[in-house]
Ligand binder design. Sequence first.
Ligand code: B12
Length: 216
Amino acid sequence: MTGKVEHRQALIKHVADLEEQEVLALVKDRLQNGEDPLAIIEDCQEGMRQVGLRYEAQQYYLSGLIMAGEIFREVMELAQPVIEELYSGNESGRILLGTAQGDIHDIGKNNLSMLLRCYGFTVFDLGVDVPPAQFLETALQIKPSIIGLSGLLTSSYDAMRETIKLLRNAPDPIIASAIIIVGGSQITEDVCNYVGADYWVTDAMQGVRLCQKLRQ
Ligand code: B12
């Protein structure tokens, strides 16, 4: 029987190697053994990070990124029902989410959105490639207390910055003072400062905990 650490390393490696069947078999196995689905997702996220590095090193092409996205989607199909059963809460806040203009990465944002809903938050998800004006328009309509922008491309930071500038100058004081969080695997403190957000996060559960804390 393989130990837990080896299980985790094996899953990371299978994702990084784009071995779809092996990934799905191991995920099913670990879920059946009662392992925390969020730990399983964390391992897949690390595998995805390694796929990205191989793409940067030109060991993989765009098709590798597409395949990785597909594998992650299938993992989520297996993990989501278990997450929904295990994680719940009675939060009442409204959260507006979207991926910044020019960026179509949505796996992480969808993951966050699902977890926030599990905890009881009302989530309005604008999808991907969201223009700054659309963030503002929706924010004015639904008056969220927290606004989350996702972005994985360096080139999306300017769109984030423009969106946040627009929100901070909103004609409605509730929106102008709404808490803004940016998230994505490449986000750092420097990016957070550059785009003018209040907080930054690189993990969905960390994002949920932050939203819970900010709602208190
Ligand atoms: C899969 C993938 C794709 C898929 C995306 C599929 C989809 N539906 O999302 C596809 C094939 C479409 C794709 C396309 C491209 N990609 Co891509 N992609 C990736 C990859 C391998 C994984 C991303 C991912 O899903 N990770 C798993 C999720 C779960 O993690 P996550 O996104 O970080 O989200 C977590 C947290 O960050 C957080 N979170 C995320 N958002 C938010 C928001 C808030 C508010 C909060 C609180 C938290 C939060 O919660 C999540 C769960 O824990 C990354 C590598 C990497 N390091 O991330 C490259 C990567 C992001 N891609 C990259 C590139 C270059 C591209 C392309 C330009 C390639 C090309 N030549 O066309 C295009 C761009 C398309 C576009 N306009 O957006 C680069 C970006 C480099 C850069 N610095 O700009 C990366 C980093 C790869 C690399 N190392 O070179 N990609």
